[in-house]
Design a protein around this ligand. Structure first.
Ligand SMILES: Cc1ncc(COP(=O)(O)O)c(C=O)c1O
Length: 303
């Protein structure tokens, strides 16, 4: 990234380079930081965030699941996102919100202080691939998803991403773009940073909540599909469902609806007909052709 946008840190606007934490901070040395990532879009009259309210609700849920407390109420964080995006003149890109214990914790494992909050705006670059729909290859990871009774997987906690890192590393080492994993119970979970949908006999299916992150994009697809006559089920799936799927796609805030072209050795139509329907549905929503979900866009600043 060439331009260094400003950062909002605990109610101060500071240079990007100054947004630092001590190496022995709890957030870093114990890996206890949590975060959210939300898309920003150019919309008629200004720049808006896609479902910032849902992302902030998930942030509240994350800290509640981990018995932590944010240093700022989410209403203040929403205002800070607006202020920072206006200062940085952010357009298409993402906003990353980090909440963490920035204080040093040499031996202390349980802290009682409120979490520091930092907000970053990250412009869309080719590397970020925000609007890419390149067909991808995927494999079944040798790593199982974290068991929800060992750590709350619905918390968007940095520590959970070590599991995601291993899944992606395993996939990349085997020549695949991404890995999908099943839980220790054998049920399909998700990818490292993405939710997964499959299509079998024209019916769209995705794993239910419980052992996966409550993805805002997944929820948007489910909500819009149900109002667009696309038959969709949240249902437990096993690895055999992946091997026998007709179509497959993933989704997350940082991507459109990238179809899976190859799963392990199996080639698939990518995008297949149902995936095309879903991708077009989401494109129409994101480009305001379909205004049924215009409330999903929250104006950050007007130009
Ligand atoms: C594990 C995991 N699943 C799913 C997703 C997709 O979530 P969202 O649509 O809210 O970006 C993410 C996004 O970061 C993720 O990390």
């Amino acid at each position: 990234m060439n331009a260094k946008p400003k950062v909002w840190l605990n109610d101060k606007i500071i240079p990007w380079e100054d947004a630092q934490v001590p190496i022995l901070s709890h957030g870093f040395s114990r890996g206890s930081a949590v975060f959210e990532v939300c898309g920003t879009h150019i919309v008629p009259g200004g720049v808006a965030a896609f479902r910032l309210d849902a992302h902030l609700k998930r942030l509240e849920q994350t800290v509640s699941l981990l018995d932590m407390e944010l240093g700022f109420p989410t209403g203040e964080i929403a205002k800070a996102v607006s202020k920072l995006t206006a200062i940085n003149k952010s357009e298409r890109g993402v906003v990353k919100i980090m909440a963490y214990w920035g204080e040093e914790a040499i031996i202390n494992l349980v802290l009682t202080s409120k979490l520091d909050v930092a907000i970053f705006t990250i412009p869309a670059t080719e590397e970020l691939g925000l609007d890419g729909v390149k067909p991808l290859s995927a494999c079944l990871s040798k790593w199982k998803k974290l068991h929800p009774e060992t750590i709350p997987v619905q918390a968007k906690a940095c520590a959970n991403y070590l599991n995601g890192y291993l899944v992606r590393k395993d996939a990349n080492d085997r020549g695949f773009d991404l890995g999908l994993n099943v839980g220790t119970d054998g049920f399909l979970a998700e990818g490292s940073i993405e939710s997964v949908f499959i299509v079998k006999d024209g019916i769209l299916k995705t794993p239910p909540l419980g052992r996966i992150l409550a993805s805002v994009t997944r929820d948007s697809i489910l909500t819009a599909a149900r109002q667009s006559d696309i038959e969709v089920y949240e249902t437990t799936l096993v690895k055999e469902d992946l091997y026998t799927a007709d179509e497959m796609f993933t989704c997350h805030t940082g991507s459109k609806v990238p179809p899976i072209l190859r799963f392990e050795e199996k080639e698939m139509e990518a995008p297949g007909p149902v995936t095309v329907k879903v991708a077009e549905m989401m494109d129409d929503i994101m480009s305001f052709k379909d205004t049924r979900f215009k409330d999903w866009f929250q104006m950050l600043y007007r130009n």
